[in-house]
Design a protein around this ligand. Sequence first.
Ligand code: PMP
Length: 406
Amino acid sequence: MDYHGIFKAAIDRLHDEGRYRVFIDILRTKGSYPNARCFHGHNGPKPITVWCSNDYLGMGQHPAVVAAMEGALHDVGAGSGGTRNIGGNTHYHVDLEAELADLHGKQAALLFTSGYVSNEAALSTLGKLLPGCIIFSDELNHASMIAGIRSSGCEKRVFRHNDLEHLEQLLMEAPAETPKLIAFESVYSMDGDVAPIAAICDLADKYGALTYLDEVHAVGMYGARGGGISEQDEVADRVTIIEGTLGKAFGVMGGYIAADKTIIDCIRSYAPGFIFTTSLSPVLVAGALASVRHLKQSGEERAAQQLGAAALKAKFRDAGLPVMDSVTHIVPLQVGCPVKAKRISDILLAEYGLYVQPINFPTVPRGTERLRFTPGPTHSEAMMDELTKALVEIWDRLELELRKAA
Ligand code: PMP
């Protein structure tokens, strides 16, 4: 058997389709978000501006976060020393879970090593604990939810993205007495649109379903205390389980769910992805705790970020660049071809020192490849003008179509 040949062919397929992933080698520079140094190629390091970070608010470099991490490292050292069950349940973990439960107005919360693991562990376990459960899943749900649903062994019914009629039709078709769970996201990170959470909860009530809401791209970003879209829409109490990450707006690392005590106790007690792994380093947990606390009482970063995102969308639109209809902090530009998306990204980095990663299948459907910009609170007006000008020049050079100004 030519094992090597099989693996090589798999990689060649990605090259042929123009979606072989190249990781850009960078070092972010503390205190100068969104500036970084790039080691890509052999002439580095070279200063660049990062336009695609999911550290949406720059909290990964916030002085309060950095100080909390330094303090924890100094006080307790590097690692947690075990699983939560065997020595790895530090006081930092306990504190952060209480803080997260409070953030979402839930009785309890549970930490995981990432948002991915939260979704995989929670959904697979919920599904296994509910015999015969049918899981209704938005068609654009993240890979981690899809993985959790798959390993739950439950029947899955996929509803068209944010389509309430389709969801209701599928709920109606399912037997009344069957357990049901609706899994969806609040902010869809590649399009920047938002789920109708209240209306989905109405359907859940009507058909006796539980709701599982991924707020990974919304926690820290929306709501008066950063509790996400469910806080902003005042529906957090109607959602059964809220899931979030500590790695994006909170700027650190880790994932969590928040729900009532019994559900959290079940996941804590049954989910292998929670039980059989070393808990997060207390250093990370201390940083996340500082970040969550900061964003609970400060709306300054959120407000600046929203202004920046609106300004960048307007600049792209005025320049005729094909900015997609996003109602959130995410600014996607449609390209529609993996090779072109990569080429634009390569030129931006090599010639302008501007870094945005191309987004290809399977992250987005084929034919909708895009560049996804995430302006932070400290991307200046001048940086946005520089980016817009660079993109227009590249669009011209590659003979891509610019929209006519409205
Ligand atoms: N859910 C969604 C919607 C995501 O986009 C991501 C990460 N891109 C995750 C979950 C996983 O979160 P984490 O990066 O913390 O693993």
